[in-house]
Write a protein that binds this ligand. Structure first.
Ligand SMILES: [Zn+2]
Length: 74
């Protein structure tokens, strides 16, 4: 089962750079395991892949989530 890393983006962020944790544990393969990814403004989920092929999932949290995904509290 491939290692899966999830990061959470806040608000209107559409680009991110993360450290691939799977690579960080095996520095020999990728000495600088930074992964750059994008999440379109109205998307809530995106997948990106580090140079070594590890999947990283980006999800959006905060006020920009789609209205239909939230339930009013009152
Ligand atoms: Zn990696």
């Amino acid at each position: 089962m491939p290692y899966e890393q999830t990061i959470v983006l806040l608000g209107p962020v559409t680009e991110f750079t993360v450290l691939c944790q799977a690579c960080a544990q095996r520095v020999v393969e990728n000495p600088s395991p930074l992964v750059h990814g994008t999440l379109r403004r109205h998307d809530d989920l995106a997948w990106t892949e580090c140079p070594a092929g590890h999947l990283i999932r980006a999800v959006r949290a905060g006020r920009d989530v789609h209205a239909e995904l939230t339930q009013p509290l009152w």
